[in-house]
Structures are given as structure tokens and as C-alpha cells.
Design a protein around this ligand. Sequence first.
Ligand code: SAM
Length: 290
Amino acid sequence: MMKDIATPQRTKEILNKYGFNFKKSLGQNFLIDTNVLRNIVAAADITDETGVIEVGPGIGALTEQLAKRAKKVVSFEIDQRLLPVLDDTLQPYENVEIIHSDVLKADIQGTIDQQFEGVEDLMVVANLPYYVTTPILMKLLEEHLPVRGIVVMIQAEVADRIAAKPGTKEYGALSIAAQYYATAEKVMTVPGTVFMPQPRVDSAVLRLTIREEPAVAVQDEAYFFKVFHACFANRRKTILNNLVHNLGPKEKKVEIEAALQEANIDPKRRGETLSLDEFGKLSDALLKRL
Ligand code: SAM
């Protein structure tokens, strides 16, 4: 039987066969540790009923482990040079579809409609290219895709920020944006040695479980996002100062003070101390005064 793609030896053989050299600009750090891959797949709780959307299959290390367990895997890969490699390495798996596309430009909902007809359980699983971690995660969350969750390998520091609780130094706009749509947990941290080439930063597996309803009910989602981003524009400033300087020309200081009072929030507090609920109340109170 053929060895798994994700062994150092087979990865080297594949890279040599195709004369492939890594493009740092595309965040190409391939996994070469089958144990880590098994842990990622286990964290996603995949069964033979599950459809999986993958971002960046590389030479197919994670794709292969997903294909062995899932009903179907659809992977978006931006690098054309990898298409013939994937044709070869994933040839034994009939349930894999590779889409040559920048995932940030892809119509993911359209792809789900086309590729996963009748599949009720969908997951996103990926070892993400680190240069675009946040835009990819935000796109996946903001598009309200019909997925159960997202399990991704990302920079450990970004995983900490996404899963952070109020009052910690990691808590910020990214924590609120992600936790609005999903519950977030860091599943494990991994050393650089499980990648080829080794990235300079530590990595972690993050699991996002999509909420049935967003964490807080707000009247205007886009405005809520504007409000909490403004509150973190300068972490050393108070909420009042951040809102006055960063929210927009329409919102005046008196109105902002009144909204803070209505939401029962001390204007001298800093953004990092506010819960999602408080940001929700603040957003609605400000919106009323526009
Ligand atoms: N899944 C493979 C693994 O674990 O070994 C490769 C992961 S590597 C960290 C990231 C992959 O994402 C690379 O194959 C890279 O070419 C691809 N990629 C980078 N930017 C992308 C984008 N915007 N859309 C789709 N794929 C992208």
C-alpha cells in the first residue's frame, strides 16, 4: 500500500518528482506529520455523511486524510503548479474535487449548492496560508454559509486572539467578530517541526462551532461591526475617545455619551473590558441617535 502523503519521505519524493519549490508568498508550509493530521480530522468530527470544504490542499496531505473519512471533499487551491501534483497524489480518492481558485474570490455558497447537493453536514477544514488567515476566516463567517464549523491550523497567536475572553490582552476586534458568529476553542498547539518548510511562528489548531443565532441580537450587523472596531482603534484610549474619533462624522460626542449611559457603560472603560453583549447594547443605543 502507498504511504500517506504526509510523511517526510513521501513529501520529498513528490516535491522532487515535480521539481516543486515553495512559494513563501502563498504561505506554503506543508504538513508532514500524520498524527497532527489525524488530530485535525478528529477535531472536526467527520463522518461518512460529512461534506468538507478545504482551503489550500498543497500536495494533498490533509485532503487525503479527509477523503478517507468524509463523504466528499472540495478543495480550493490558488497555485496552478499544484494541480497536476494533486491529480497524481489524490488519484486513489474518487470523492475529491479540486477547484483552481483564490478562495477569497470564490463563490463558496454557489460551490456548496453545486457540489454538496443532499449533504446536510458540512465542515470547513484547512491548514490555512498564514498571510491571509484573518480575511479567509472572516469571509467564511460573514457569508453565513450552512456549515457546522471550521477547524483550521493557524498561527498560535491568532488562535489566542480569536478565542480570547474579555479583560485579557489578546481580546480585541477579531475575538468579537469571530465569537459573534461562533464559539471558539484552541484545540492544540503544534511545533514548527510538523511542517515543511518550518514556519517562523508557532501554530495551533482552532475550532469554531457556528452558532445557530449570532451571540447577540443587534439591529444593524454592519453598524455593530463598525462600533466595536472603532472601540479598539487605539487600545490605550477610553471607549468614549475612540468612539468620538473613529466612529464617523455623524455621531457627536453628546450623543455618544448618551448612548453609553443608556447602555450602562462607563465612558472611561477600555474596549477590551466590554463583553459582546455590552457592545451589542451600545451599538443599538448609538444607532437610535443617528
Ligand atoms: N493543506 C496543505 C498541507 O496541510 O500540507 C497545504 C497547506 S499550506 C499552509 C497553504 C496552501 O494554501 C498552499 O497550497 C497555498 O498554495 C494555498 N493558498 C494560498 N493562498 C490561497 C488562496 N488565496 N486561495 C486558495 N489557496 C491558497
